[in-house]
Design a protein around this ligand. Structure first.
Ligand SMILES: CC(C)(COP(=O)(O)OP(=O)(O)OC[C@H]1O[C@@H](n2cnc3c(N)ncnc32)[C@H](O)[C@@H]1OP(=O)(O)O)[C@@H](O)C(=O)NCCC(=O)NCCS
Length: 153
């Protein structure tokens, strides 16, 4: 059975919350409240297999020419089967449709993003980022995530 990607709908909020919360507890994702998820639902793409959510990811606009992949996660028992790459592909398509020329992520999963066409870049080239999510992060003064970027053509 293969996975499909689709836009998130209101019924996904609880599953999204649980998936993100699980990774937030491990310190590899920023938490999102149910209220924030409801508000930002149109930014989320869901990976689904046999009617079950097996992954999620979102796109956040950082500027006129830049979007960020956030909250990317695959449920632990479905990792390593290409679903993360499928989701990143869906998010890239979404960014292209919205005419954004650049897509980035802050991540610990560097080789995963490199396999999906991203390159490592200096975080300092993204000033907009400082004013969005980072101000809510406990690691804002000692961020050890790596910035990766893909130019969309
Ligand atoms: C990172 C993640 C999204 C990848 O999704 P996935 O479905 O497991 O990945 P795919 O099957 O599409 O791709 C697998 C490839 O990515 C690499 N990869 C997977 N997880 C990785 C990680 N944490 N770090 C580095 N590389 C990773 C694998 O080595 C594999 O390479 P291979 O094909 O040469 O063996 C998923 O493992 C995950 O949800 N991890 C926990 C949450 C997380 O770290 N999210 C990223 C936040 S930006």
């Amino acid at each position: 059975m293969s996975a499909i990607c689709r836009k998130a709908v209101p019924d996904d909020v609880e599953h999204l919350f649980n998936m993100i919360e699980g990774y937030a507890e491990q310190g590899i994702m920023l938490p999102r409240s149910r209220k924030v998820l409801e508000k930002q639902l149109d930014q989320f793409v869901i990976a689904e297999m046999a009617g079950e959510m097996v992954g999620c990811g979102s796109l956040c606009r950082l500027g006129d020419d830049l979007v960020e992949i956030r909250s990317l996660g695959i449920s632990p028992n479905h990792q390593g089967h290409g679903i993360g790459s499928l989701l990143v592909g869906a998010l890239i398509n979404e960014a292209r449709e919205q005419q954004f020329p650049k897509i980035m992520a802050l991540t610990y999963a560097v080789s995963f993003f490199q396999k999906n066409g991203f390159s490592i870049v200096e975080k300092e080239i993204f000033p907009e980022k400082v004013w969005t999510d980072c101000i809510f992060c406990s690691k804002q003064d000692c961020c050890d995530e790596i910035a990766v970027l893909k130019i969309l053509d």
